[in-house]
Design a protein around this ligand. Structure first.
Ligand code: PMP
Length: 441
Protein backbone atom coordinates (compact mmCIF):
# COMPACT_ATOMS: atom_id res chain seq x y z
CA UNK A 1 0.00 0.00 0.00
CA UNK A 2 2.77 2.40 0.90
CA UNK A 3 4.38 1.58 -2.43
CA UNK A 4 1.22 2.69 -4.20
CA UNK A 5 1.29 6.09 -2.54
CA UNK A 6 5.03 6.55 -3.09
CA UNK A 7 5.02 5.52 -6.72
CA UNK A 8 1.60 6.57 -8.01
CA UNK A 9 0.84 9.70 -6.06
CA UNK A 10 3.95 11.85 -6.42
CA UNK A 11 2.05 15.02 -7.36
CA UNK A 12 -0.33 14.59 -4.43
CA UNK A 13 2.62 14.13 -2.12
CA UNK A 14 4.28 17.31 -3.35
CA UNK A 15 1.05 19.27 -2.86
CA UNK A 16 0.61 17.87 0.62
CA UNK A 17 4.23 18.53 1.66
CA UNK A 18 3.75 22.20 0.85
CA UNK A 19 0.16 22.41 2.10
CA UNK A 20 1.29 21.24 5.55
CA UNK A 21 3.16 24.51 5.92
CA UNK A 22 0.16 26.71 5.14
CA UNK A 23 -2.90 24.70 6.13
CA UNK A 24 -3.35 23.14 9.58
CA UNK A 25 -2.81 19.41 9.08
CA UNK A 26 -2.39 20.00 5.33
CA UNK A 27 -6.11 19.62 4.54
CA UNK A 28 -9.15 21.86 4.89
CA UNK A 29 -11.61 19.04 5.44
CA UNK A 30 -11.39 16.33 8.09
CA UNK A 31 -12.53 13.65 5.66
CA UNK A 32 -9.72 14.49 3.24
CA UNK A 33 -7.09 13.23 5.62
CA UNK A 34 -5.75 9.90 4.47
CA UNK A 35 -2.71 7.95 5.61
CA UNK A 36 0.13 8.01 4.65
CA UNK A 37 -0.81 11.35 3.08
CA UNK A 38 -3.94 12.84 1.53
CA UNK A 39 -4.47 12.41 -2.18
CA UNK A 40 -5.27 15.60 -4.10
CA UNK A 41 -8.13 15.34 -6.57
CA UNK A 42 -8.54 17.28 -9.77
CA UNK A 43 -11.63 15.95 -11.49
CA UNK A 44 -14.97 14.48 -10.42
CA UNK A 45 -17.59 13.04 -12.72
CA UNK A 46 -20.55 10.82 -11.87
CA UNK A 47 -19.15 7.87 -9.92
CA UNK A 48 -15.50 8.58 -10.70
CA UNK A 49 -12.69 10.70 -9.31
CA UNK A 50 -9.29 11.49 -10.83
CA UNK A 51 -6.30 12.58 -8.78
CA UNK A 52 -3.47 14.97 -9.58
CA UNK A 53 -1.38 12.09 -10.94
CA UNK A 54 -4.14 10.97 -13.30
CA UNK A 55 -5.15 7.88 -11.27
CA UNK A 56 -8.82 6.97 -11.53
CA UNK A 57 -10.97 6.01 -8.52
CA UNK A 58 -14.49 4.82 -7.84
CA UNK A 59 -16.17 7.50 -5.76
CA UNK A 60 -18.12 6.21 -2.77
CA UNK A 61 -17.51 9.34 -0.75
CA UNK A 62 -19.68 11.43 -3.07
CA UNK A 63 -18.47 14.57 -1.31
CA UNK A 64 -19.73 13.21 2.00
CA UNK A 65 -23.31 12.78 0.80
CA UNK A 66 -24.57 15.82 -1.16
CA UNK A 67 -24.23 14.40 -4.68
CA UNK A 68 -27.09 11.90 -4.80
CA UNK A 69 -27.27 12.39 -8.59
CA UNK A 70 -23.54 11.72 -8.99
CA UNK A 71 -20.66 14.19 -8.92
CA UNK A 72 -20.70 17.33 -11.03
CA UNK A 73 -24.16 16.60 -12.41
CA UNK A 74 -24.56 18.41 -15.75
CA UNK A 75 -28.10 19.81 -15.29
CA UNK A 76 -27.11 21.49 -12.01
CA UNK A 77 -23.82 22.73 -13.41
CA UNK A 78 -25.55 24.23 -16.45
CA UNK A 79 -28.20 25.96 -14.34
CA UNK A 80 -25.47 27.44 -12.13
CA UNK A 81 -23.37 28.62 -15.10
CA UNK A 82 -26.39 30.37 -16.58
CA UNK A 83 -27.05 32.05 -13.25
CA UNK A 84 -23.41 33.10 -12.91
CA UNK A 85 -23.55 34.72 -16.33
CA UNK A 86 -26.59 36.69 -15.26
CA UNK A 87 -26.01 37.79 -11.67
CA UNK A 88 -22.77 36.26 -10.42
CA UNK A 89 -22.67 34.06 -7.34
CA UNK A 90 -24.27 36.41 -4.83
CA UNK A 91 -26.10 39.69 -4.45
CA UNK A 92 -27.19 39.59 -0.80
CA UNK A 93 -30.73 40.36 -1.98
CA UNK A 94 -33.85 38.33 -2.67
CA UNK A 95 -33.59 35.97 -5.61
CA UNK A 96 -36.53 33.95 -6.96
CA UNK A 97 -34.59 30.67 -6.69
CA UNK A 98 -35.02 30.89 -2.89
CA UNK A 99 -38.79 30.77 -3.31
CA UNK A 100 -38.55 27.94 -5.82
CA UNK A 101 -36.45 25.90 -3.39
CA UNK A 102 -38.68 26.55 -0.36
CA UNK A 103 -41.80 25.58 -2.34
CA UNK A 104 -40.13 22.48 -3.73
CA UNK A 105 -39.13 21.33 -0.25
CA UNK A 106 -42.65 21.92 1.03
CA UNK A 107 -44.04 19.87 -1.84
CA UNK A 108 -42.04 16.80 -0.81
CA UNK A 109 -42.07 17.41 2.95
CA UNK A 110 -45.46 18.92 3.78
CA UNK A 111 -44.42 19.42 7.42
CA UNK A 112 -41.83 21.94 6.26
CA UNK A 113 -44.22 24.83 5.83
CA UNK A 114 -41.45 27.41 5.91
CA UNK A 115 -37.76 27.11 5.20
CA UNK A 116 -34.79 29.37 5.78
CA UNK A 117 -31.52 28.57 4.10
CA UNK A 118 -28.33 28.87 6.16
CA UNK A 119 -24.65 28.31 5.50
CA UNK A 120 -24.23 24.79 6.90
CA UNK A 121 -25.81 21.96 8.85
CA UNK A 122 -23.97 23.06 11.97
CA UNK A 123 -25.45 26.56 11.86
CA UNK A 124 -28.89 25.17 11.12
CA UNK A 125 -28.79 22.97 14.22
CA UNK A 126 -27.79 26.01 16.29
CA UNK A 127 -30.74 27.97 14.90
CA UNK A 128 -33.19 25.14 15.58
CA UNK A 129 -32.17 24.91 19.24
CA UNK A 130 -32.71 28.65 19.62
CA UNK A 131 -36.17 28.37 18.08
CA UNK A 132 -37.06 25.43 20.32
CA UNK A 133 -36.08 27.37 23.44
CA UNK A 134 -38.18 30.36 22.42
CA UNK A 135 -41.17 28.23 21.40
CA UNK A 136 -41.28 26.13 24.57
CA UNK A 137 -39.76 28.45 27.15
CA UNK A 138 -37.64 25.47 28.18
CA UNK A 139 -33.86 25.26 28.37
CA UNK A 140 -32.55 21.75 27.94
CA UNK A 141 -31.77 19.83 24.75
CA UNK A 142 -31.71 16.04 24.54
CA UNK A 143 -29.52 14.35 21.95
CA UNK A 144 -28.56 10.73 21.41
CA UNK A 145 -25.16 9.27 22.14
CA UNK A 146 -23.33 8.80 18.86
CA UNK A 147 -25.39 11.37 16.95
CA UNK A 148 -23.48 13.96 14.99
CA UNK A 149 -25.15 17.35 14.79
CA UNK A 150 -22.24 19.51 13.68
CA UNK A 151 -19.50 21.06 15.73
CA UNK A 152 -21.16 23.79 17.80
CA UNK A 153 -20.24 24.03 21.48
CA UNK A 154 -23.60 22.60 22.53
CA UNK A 155 -23.49 19.59 20.25
CA UNK A 156 -19.90 18.50 19.86
CA UNK A 157 -19.54 16.03 22.67
CA UNK A 158 -20.47 12.37 22.80
CA UNK A 159 -20.56 12.17 19.05
CA UNK A 160 -18.88 8.84 18.54
CA UNK A 161 -19.78 6.41 21.28
CA UNK A 162 -23.32 6.02 22.53
CA UNK A 163 -23.50 7.51 25.96
CA UNK A 164 -19.96 8.78 26.05
CA UNK A 165 -20.93 11.86 27.98
CA UNK A 166 -17.92 13.89 28.91
CA UNK A 167 -15.75 12.60 26.10
CA UNK A 168 -15.53 15.78 24.13
CA UNK A 169 -14.75 15.64 20.46
CA UNK A 170 -12.90 18.91 20.90
CA UNK A 171 -10.96 20.72 23.58
CA UNK A 172 -11.65 24.36 24.31
CA UNK A 173 -15.28 24.06 25.34
CA UNK A 174 -16.05 25.02 28.94
CA UNK A 175 -18.54 22.67 30.54
CA UNK A 176 -20.99 25.52 31.05
CA UNK A 177 -21.47 25.78 27.28
CA UNK A 178 -22.79 22.25 26.93
CA UNK A 179 -24.24 21.74 30.38
CA UNK A 180 -27.81 22.11 29.08
CA UNK A 181 -27.33 19.26 26.61
CA UNK A 182 -28.39 15.81 27.81
CA UNK A 183 -27.52 12.57 26.17
CA UNK A 184 -29.60 9.41 25.95
CA UNK A 185 -28.98 5.98 24.52
CA UNK A 186 -30.34 5.65 20.99
CA UNK A 187 -33.21 3.26 20.41
CA UNK A 188 -34.17 3.39 24.11
CA UNK A 189 -37.53 5.07 24.64
CA UNK A 190 -37.55 4.29 28.36
CA UNK A 191 -34.34 6.17 28.88
CA UNK A 192 -35.66 9.08 26.82
CA UNK A 193 -38.82 9.24 28.90
CA UNK A 194 -36.82 9.18 32.14
CA UNK A 195 -34.73 12.10 30.90
CA UNK A 196 -37.82 14.06 29.87
CA UNK A 197 -39.29 13.44 33.33
CA UNK A 198 -36.09 14.45 35.11
CA UNK A 199 -35.80 17.61 33.03
CA UNK A 200 -39.19 18.83 34.23
CA UNK A 201 -37.40 19.73 37.47
CA UNK A 202 -34.34 21.34 35.89
CA UNK A 203 -35.34 23.80 33.22
CA UNK A 204 -37.60 21.67 31.01
CA UNK A 205 -36.78 20.11 27.64
CA UNK A 206 -36.88 22.50 24.69
CA UNK A 207 -36.14 19.85 22.07
CA UNK A 208 -35.19 16.30 21.36
CA UNK A 209 -32.87 16.23 18.36
CA UNK A 210 -32.16 12.96 16.57
CA UNK A 211 -30.74 11.54 13.40
CA UNK A 212 -33.86 9.67 12.28
CA UNK A 213 -31.96 6.79 10.68
CA UNK A 214 -29.79 6.30 13.78
CA UNK A 215 -26.55 7.81 15.09
CA UNK A 216 -23.75 8.57 12.64
CA UNK A 217 -26.00 8.30 9.62
CA UNK A 218 -27.27 4.89 10.66
CA UNK A 219 -23.93 3.39 11.69
CA UNK A 220 -25.94 2.39 14.74
CA UNK A 221 -29.37 1.76 13.25
CA UNK A 222 -32.63 2.29 15.13
CA UNK A 223 -35.84 0.30 14.88
CA UNK A 224 -38.49 1.48 12.47
CA UNK A 225 -40.94 2.25 15.28
CA UNK A 226 -38.42 4.25 17.28
CA UNK A 227 -39.04 7.60 15.55
CA UNK A 228 -42.79 7.29 16.18
CA UNK A 229 -42.06 6.64 19.84
CA UNK A 230 -39.87 9.73 20.07
CA UNK A 231 -42.63 11.80 18.42
CA UNK A 232 -45.13 10.53 20.99
CA UNK A 233 -42.87 11.33 23.93
CA UNK A 234 -42.08 14.83 22.63
CA UNK A 235 -45.80 15.58 22.44
CA UNK A 236 -46.42 14.10 25.88
CA UNK A 237 -43.72 16.24 27.52
CA UNK A 238 -44.09 19.43 25.45
CA UNK A 239 -40.68 19.28 23.73
CA UNK A 240 -40.11 20.04 20.06
CA UNK A 241 -38.96 17.15 17.91
CA UNK A 242 -36.08 18.08 15.62
CA UNK A 243 -35.04 15.73 12.83
CA UNK A 244 -31.48 16.24 11.67
CA UNK A 245 -31.92 15.36 8.01
CA UNK A 246 -28.55 16.72 6.87
CA UNK A 247 -27.69 13.29 5.46
CA UNK A 248 -31.13 11.74 4.94
CA UNK A 249 -32.91 14.73 3.38
CA UNK A 250 -33.55 13.94 -0.32
CA UNK A 251 -31.43 10.80 0.03
CA UNK A 252 -33.34 8.27 2.15
CA UNK A 253 -36.28 9.32 0.01
CA UNK A 254 -37.28 12.50 -1.76
CA UNK A 255 -39.46 13.11 1.29
CA UNK A 256 -36.46 12.51 3.54
CA UNK A 257 -36.43 10.17 6.51
CA UNK A 258 -39.64 11.84 7.69
CA UNK A 259 -41.38 10.59 4.57
CA UNK A 260 -39.76 7.20 4.85
CA UNK A 261 -40.67 6.71 8.53
CA UNK A 262 -43.95 8.64 8.20
CA UNK A 263 -43.22 10.87 11.17
CA UNK A 264 -43.52 14.66 11.01
CA UNK A 265 -41.03 16.53 13.17
CA UNK A 266 -41.60 20.10 14.36
CA UNK A 267 -38.36 21.26 12.81
CA UNK A 268 -36.10 19.75 10.18
CA UNK A 269 -32.40 20.43 9.69
CA UNK A 270 -31.14 20.41 6.12
CA UNK A 271 -27.65 20.26 4.65
CA UNK A 272 -25.79 18.47 1.87
CA UNK A 273 -28.33 17.64 -0.89
CA UNK A 274 -30.32 20.82 -0.14
CA UNK A 275 -27.72 22.81 -2.10
CA UNK A 276 -27.31 20.16 -4.80
CA UNK A 277 -23.67 19.55 -3.97
CA UNK A 278 -22.81 23.27 -4.03
CA UNK A 279 -21.58 25.40 -1.10
CA UNK A 280 -24.04 26.97 1.31
CA UNK A 281 -25.67 23.67 2.19
CA UNK A 282 -27.86 24.24 5.21
CA UNK A 283 -31.28 25.28 6.34
CA UNK A 284 -34.04 24.97 8.92
CA UNK A 285 -37.66 24.35 8.14
CA UNK A 286 -40.84 23.38 9.90
CA UNK A 287 -44.20 24.52 11.10
CA UNK A 288 -44.92 28.20 10.49
CA UNK A 289 -45.27 28.99 14.17
CA UNK A 290 -41.70 27.77 14.76
CA UNK A 291 -39.81 28.42 11.52
CA UNK A 292 -41.51 31.83 11.30
CA UNK A 293 -39.52 32.92 14.36
CA UNK A 294 -36.48 33.32 12.09
CA UNK A 295 -38.19 36.12 10.15
CA UNK A 296 -36.02 39.12 9.41
CA UNK A 297 -37.33 42.54 10.35
CA UNK A 298 -39.59 41.44 13.20
CA UNK A 299 -40.79 44.40 15.31
CA UNK A 300 -38.82 44.70 18.53
CA UNK A 301 -40.49 43.17 21.53
CA UNK A 302 -41.72 40.18 19.53
CA UNK A 303 -40.05 36.84 19.90
CA UNK A 304 -37.32 36.36 17.39
CA UNK A 305 -34.70 33.69 16.73
CA UNK A 306 -31.95 35.74 15.16
CA UNK A 307 -30.00 33.95 12.45
CA UNK A 308 -27.61 35.27 9.83
CA UNK A 309 -24.97 34.51 7.24
CA UNK A 310 -23.53 36.81 4.56
CA UNK A 311 -23.59 34.10 1.92
CA UNK A 312 -26.56 32.11 3.23
CA UNK A 313 -29.07 31.33 0.46
CA UNK A 314 -26.73 32.67 -2.21
CA UNK A 315 -28.50 32.25 -5.55
CA UNK A 316 -26.07 29.47 -6.51
CA UNK A 317 -26.93 27.41 -3.41
CA UNK A 318 -30.68 27.90 -3.76
CA UNK A 319 -30.79 27.28 -7.52
CA UNK A 320 -28.49 24.25 -7.31
CA UNK A 321 -30.69 22.82 -4.53
CA UNK A 322 -33.88 23.47 -6.45
CA UNK A 323 -32.51 21.99 -9.68
CA UNK A 324 -31.21 18.98 -7.78
CA UNK A 325 -34.54 18.18 -6.12
CA UNK A 326 -36.36 18.60 -9.45
CA UNK A 327 -33.91 16.16 -11.05
CA UNK A 328 -34.30 13.69 -8.17
CA UNK A 329 -38.04 13.82 -8.75
CA UNK A 330 -37.69 13.38 -12.53
CA UNK A 331 -35.17 10.53 -12.36
CA UNK A 332 -36.21 8.69 -9.19
CA UNK A 333 -32.61 9.10 -8.04
CA UNK A 334 -33.23 8.08 -4.40
CA UNK A 335 -34.67 4.72 -5.46
CA UNK A 336 -31.92 4.10 -8.00
CA UNK A 337 -29.16 5.03 -5.52
CA UNK A 338 -30.93 2.95 -2.86
CA UNK A 339 -30.99 -0.14 -5.07
CA UNK A 340 -27.31 0.40 -5.86
CA UNK A 341 -26.67 0.53 -2.10
CA UNK A 342 -28.52 -2.78 -1.63
CA UNK A 343 -26.59 -4.41 -4.44
CA UNK A 344 -23.22 -3.15 -3.22
CA UNK A 345 -23.93 -4.26 0.35
CA UNK A 346 -25.18 -7.70 -0.72
CA UNK A 347 -22.00 -8.14 -2.74
CA UNK A 348 -19.80 -7.11 0.16
CA UNK A 349 -21.67 -9.47 2.49
CA UNK A 350 -21.04 -12.36 0.08
CA UNK A 351 -17.32 -11.55 0.02
CA UNK A 352 -17.23 -11.36 3.81
CA UNK A 353 -18.75 -14.83 3.99
CA UNK A 354 -16.69 -16.29 1.19
CA UNK A 355 -13.36 -15.14 2.61
CA UNK A 356 -14.42 -15.22 6.28
CA UNK A 357 -13.44 -11.60 6.76
CA UNK A 358 -13.75 -9.85 10.13
CA UNK A 359 -16.18 -7.27 8.79
CA UNK A 360 -19.83 -6.48 8.96
CA UNK A 361 -21.75 -4.73 6.18
CA UNK A 362 -25.24 -3.21 6.29
CA UNK A 363 -27.10 -0.36 4.64
CA UNK A 364 -30.16 1.81 4.59
CA UNK A 365 -30.62 2.43 0.89
CA UNK A 366 -27.78 4.53 -0.46
CA UNK A 367 -26.01 4.82 2.92
CA UNK A 368 -23.77 1.76 3.27
CA UNK A 369 -21.60 0.76 6.21
CA UNK A 370 -18.58 -1.49 6.30
CA UNK A 371 -17.10 -1.91 9.75
CA UNK A 372 -14.49 -4.17 11.33
CA UNK A 373 -16.39 -6.49 13.65
CA UNK A 374 -13.89 -5.95 16.47
CA UNK A 375 -14.44 -2.26 16.34
CA UNK A 376 -18.21 -2.70 16.47
CA UNK A 377 -18.01 -4.50 19.78
CA UNK A 378 -18.86 -1.30 21.61
CA UNK A 379 -22.55 -1.81 21.09
CA UNK A 380 -25.32 -0.02 22.92
CA UNK A 381 -24.72 -2.05 26.05
CA UNK A 382 -21.41 -0.24 26.42
CA UNK A 383 -23.51 2.54 27.90
CA UNK A 384 -23.65 0.54 31.09
CA UNK A 385 -19.92 0.10 31.45
CA UNK A 386 -19.51 3.85 31.47
CA UNK A 387 -20.54 3.67 35.08
CA UNK A 388 -17.04 2.56 36.03
CA UNK A 389 -13.71 4.22 35.34
CA UNK A 390 -12.35 0.99 33.84
CA UNK A 391 -15.35 0.81 31.54
CA UNK A 392 -14.80 4.38 30.45
CA UNK A 393 -11.18 3.69 29.65
CA UNK A 394 -12.07 0.53 27.72
CA UNK A 395 -14.70 2.41 25.75
CA UNK A 396 -12.18 5.07 24.86
CA UNK A 397 -9.72 2.40 23.82
CA UNK A 398 -12.31 0.82 21.53
CA UNK A 399 -13.05 4.19 20.00
CA UNK A 400 -9.38 4.63 19.09
CA UNK A 401 -9.17 1.02 17.90
CA UNK A 402 -12.07 1.65 15.56
CA UNK A 403 -10.59 4.92 14.34
CA UNK A 404 -7.25 3.27 13.73
CA UNK A 405 -8.66 0.29 11.84
CA UNK A 406 -10.89 2.58 9.79
CA UNK A 407 -7.97 4.82 8.90
CA UNK A 408 -5.89 1.86 7.78
CA UNK A 409 -8.76 0.37 5.79
CA UNK A 410 -9.50 3.76 4.21
CA UNK A 411 -5.89 4.03 3.03
CA UNK A 412 -6.00 0.47 1.66
CA UNK A 413 -9.26 1.08 -0.21
CA UNK A 414 -7.85 4.27 -1.70
CA UNK A 415 -4.69 2.47 -2.85
CA UNK A 416 -6.98 -0.02 -4.59
CA UNK A 417 -8.92 2.71 -6.34
CA UNK A 418 -11.88 3.09 -4.00
CA UNK A 419 -12.68 6.34 -2.21
CA UNK A 420 -14.83 5.88 0.90
CA UNK A 421 -15.92 8.05 3.78
CA UNK A 422 -13.30 7.52 6.47
CA UNK A 423 -12.88 3.87 5.52
CA UNK A 424 -16.24 2.77 6.86
CA UNK A 425 -19.09 4.42 4.97
CA UNK A 426 -19.92 4.23 1.29
CA UNK A 427 -22.48 6.47 -0.36
CA UNK A 428 -24.03 5.32 -3.59
CA UNK A 429 -25.57 7.76 -6.02
CA UNK A 430 -27.65 7.60 -9.18
CA UNK A 431 -24.34 7.25 -11.03
CA UNK A 432 -23.42 4.03 -9.19
CA UNK A 433 -24.13 1.64 -12.04
CA UNK A 434 -23.85 -2.15 -11.95
CA UNK A 435 -20.50 -1.79 -13.66
CA UNK A 436 -19.22 0.49 -10.89
CA UNK A 437 -20.43 -1.95 -8.24
CA UNK A 438 -18.85 -4.97 -9.96
CA UNK A 439 -15.59 -3.05 -10.22
CA UNK A 440 -15.73 -2.11 -6.56
CA UNK A 441 -16.42 -5.64 -5.42
N1 PMP B 1 -25.83 16.68 11.05
C1 PMP B 1 -25.48 15.54 10.44
C2 PMP B 1 -26.33 14.32 10.63
C3 PMP B 1 -24.32 15.50 9.64
O1 PMP B 1 -23.96 14.35 9.05
C4 PMP B 1 -23.56 16.69 9.47
C5 PMP B 1 -22.33 16.73 8.60
N2 PMP B 1 -21.79 15.56 8.22
C6 PMP B 1 -23.98 17.85 10.14
C7 PMP B 1 -25.12 17.81 10.91
C8 PMP B 1 -23.20 19.12 10.02
O2 PMP B 1 -23.38 19.70 8.78
P1 PMP B 1 -22.26 20.66 8.17
O3 PMP B 1 -21.06 19.83 7.92
O4 PMP B 1 -22.89 21.21 6.93
O5 PMP B 1 -22.02 21.73 9.19
Amino acid sequence: ILKYYDEKCTNSKAIYEEAKEYIPGGVQHNLAFNKPFPVAFRKAEGAYLYDEDGNKYLDFLQAGGPTILGSNYPAIRNAVIELLNECGPVTGLLHKSELLLAKEIHKHMPGVEMFRMLGSGTESVMASLRIARIATGNKRIIKEGGDYHGWSDQMVYGTKIPGSRGLLESHGIPRRLYSLTDEVRPNDLNMLESMLKLNKFRGGTAAVIIEPCGPESGTRPVSKEYNKGVRYLCDKYGALLIFDEVVTGFRTSIGGAQGYFDVTPDLTIFGKVVAGGYPGAGGVGGKKEYAGLMAAGVASGKHRAYVGGTLAAAPISALAGYTCIKEIERTNACEIAGKAGDKLTDGIKSLIQQYRLPFVAYNQGSICHLECTGAMSFDFSSFNILKSAVGLLRNKEMMYERKDSMERMGAAYMANGLVTLAGSRLYTSMATTDEVIDDAL
